[in-house]
Design a protein around this ligand. Structure first.
Ligand code: C2E
Ligand code: MG
Ligand code: MG
Length: 251
């Protein structure tokens, strides 16, 4: 059986105009897990590649999208504040001619606010520049879902696509965040990505923050949000509700 974990993303900037305090949970990301009968809980690294090759990623991806929308509704019923939920999309799924229509149908049937759903794409997916990809991106923008680029900086970056594509967020890959306070090259890359994103009015998230010193660096570099084990490890949805309660009482 498939299940998924939730990973929180926290606001890091003190943008007065958004009246968001630093350290507030701004959204979560769904991270799939496979509860294998013999091998226990498997992380995506061990099965997503295979699922992509054999086409199973399409029904799996549809399932993750639908469950994420259901989960968001359930949290609202449980009294949690509205939160953006991000879903990782794989290339074969995104490449389906009916992808945008499926997302639209799903939002309609679940009654979820489109802007509360974020689709995490990768550079290679949007870079193919095929007509179908462009049409899908434009359809998704019209539907009103948010689009982000995951693992930013690790792909074969052609920055030209940022001009024409409706991307709202860049997620800086954790390889750049790792020990960025000790590694001047990493720190420079982070600052460069933030500068680029700022000038294009794109938000920046730092991924894989594990240490206070890394957090301080990404915050000082101007990242809008951070995500990583320092804040919380991936957890099941029930644990997340408890974690949110604990966060609230800490305020
Ligand atoms: P990703 O979307 O870049 O997710 C971040 C990965 O890094 C997650 O691993 C997360 O647990 C891990 N991570 C986050 N913060 C830290 C940290 O501070 N330290 C360390 N060491 N690791 C951290 P996970 O859950 O194993 O997911 C791996 C990748 O699998 C994801 O990378 C994503 O590309 C893919 N994936 C996850 N769920 C899905 C899904 O539902 N569909 C598809 N197509 N791909 C998925
Ligand atoms: Mg992701
Ligand atoms: Mg990533």
């Amino acid at each position: 059986t498939m299940t998924y974990c939730i990973m929180a993303a926290l606001h890091e900037s003190d943008k007065v105009e958004l009246s968001l305090k630093s350290g507030e949970v701004s959204g979560v990301e769904a991270l799939i897990r496979w509860r294998h009968p013999e091998r226990g809980v498997l992380t995506p690294g061990s099965f997503i590649g295979l699922a992509e090759e054999c086409g199973l990623i399409v029904p799996i991806g549809d399932w993750v999208l639908a469950s994420a929308c259901e989960q968001a509704k359930a949290w609202r019923r449980q009294g949690l504040p509205p939160m953006r939920i991000a879903v990782n999309i794989s290339a074969p799924h995104f490449g389906r001619a009916d992808f945008a229509r499926r997302v639209e149908a799903l939002l309609a049937s679940s009654g979820m606010e489109p802007s509360m759903l974020e689709l995490e794409l990768t550079e290679s997916m949007v870079m193919s520049r095929s007509r179908q990809v462009l049409e899908t991106l434009e359809a998704l923008r019209d539907i009103g879902v948010r689009l982000s680029l995951d693992d930013f900086g690790t792909g074969f970056s052609s920055l030209g696509y940022l001009r024409s594509f409706p991307i709202q967020r860049l997620k800086i890959d954790q390889s750049f965040v790792r020990e960025a306070h000790l590694n001047p090259v990493n720190a420079s890359i982070i600052r460069a990505i933030v500068a680029l994103a700022r000038s294009l009015s794109i938000e920046v998230v730092a991924e894989g923050v594990e240490m206070e010193a890394e957090l301080a660096l990404v915050r000082d570099s101007g990242c809008d949000e951070s995500q990583g084990y320092l804040h919380a490890k991936p957890m099941c949805s029930d644990a997340f509700v408890a974690w949110m309660e604990a966060e609230k009482s800490r305020e």
